[in-house]
Design a protein around this ligand. Sequence first.
Ligand code: MN
Length: 374
Amino acid sequence: MRKFLAYAIPIILSLAVGMIGSTIQTSALAEWYPTLLKSPLTPPAIVFPIAWTILYILMGVSIGILVARGDMSVVRLWLLQLLVNFLWSVGFFALRSPLAGLITILILDVLVFAYIVYTYSISKGAAWLFVPYMIWILFASYLTGYIYLNNDTNINSATAATISKQTYSMTTKTTTYTMPPLPYNSDALEPVMSKETIDYHYGKHLKGYVDNLNRLIAGTPYEGLRLEEVVKQSDGALFNNAAQVLNHTLFFDALTADSGDIPSELKSAIERDFGSLEQFKSEFTAAATSLFGSGWVWLIEDKDGKLKIISTSNADCPMRKGLNPLLVLDVWEHAYYIDYRNRRGDFVKDWWSIVDWDKVANRATKDLRDARQD
Ligand code: MN
């Protein structure tokens, strides 16, 4: 009985901490997490609860081996790493602070490494049971670090930048990027895109990128450039936000409630390069449903005037490579999650019915309008 409890208590305790942590995570996963720029190596969401559950059980068995032998010397270290693991969930998901998440998970790396080293001299089996956990949290440290470095989420630095921009504006011409106007009412695209989706996707996500862009660009050499030039020349958080503004501008502007026939010149070009319109749609749909993680699928015109389908990850934009985007589909989760939940394929299928083909065709011959207000 004692031996049974020696294993059962740590396993149950580990899983309990894991369950509380995952409850916190689920609440953030619904709205905040899908908006972040994540590493292309981020596994599908379903991998996380499965991996954690297995790891918590291994963790419980590991300490159980020692406790069953009557060796309590590592229990405190074990409980401490479990507490830090929990604090990582709180910091990252509940407080929505990638920095707090990064700091706690780095501390966790050290504690888990110490646990393995210390335990190895007592029971090699118990130490080895912790190795998958060590590998997983090192990977999680990388994912957290990527999110921290590629997302501008620190409220304090945001406030500081706003203040410095105000100071700066007193002596220089104020240049701001503005929201691209929506060429339809926010409920016009229902049921493919509900008013609620437009309110969040356009009203909150895109608004956030525009606000970040204005804040980040202040005082940099890019200030005053056309949006397209900022996208071509900048890097890091500034590039991410500028490109997201440009990509969303192209996306929202070419949607309509009255999707008519494809203008004949564009249709011929599609037939020339894809064989038929149906073939083009099926290739584009396949690219959109198979794109891993967050990104965009494009119909572009290359320098020779040939049409091609390409996919880009996160905020990346084909204009950076000198390609002319004609049609674009946003396949970030935030584009369809409210209306379609995880059914990206259904969203893509329905999205064809709201494409504004006149706008798409016009892009093949006209310069892109940018989001700057002169
Ligand atoms: Mn989007």
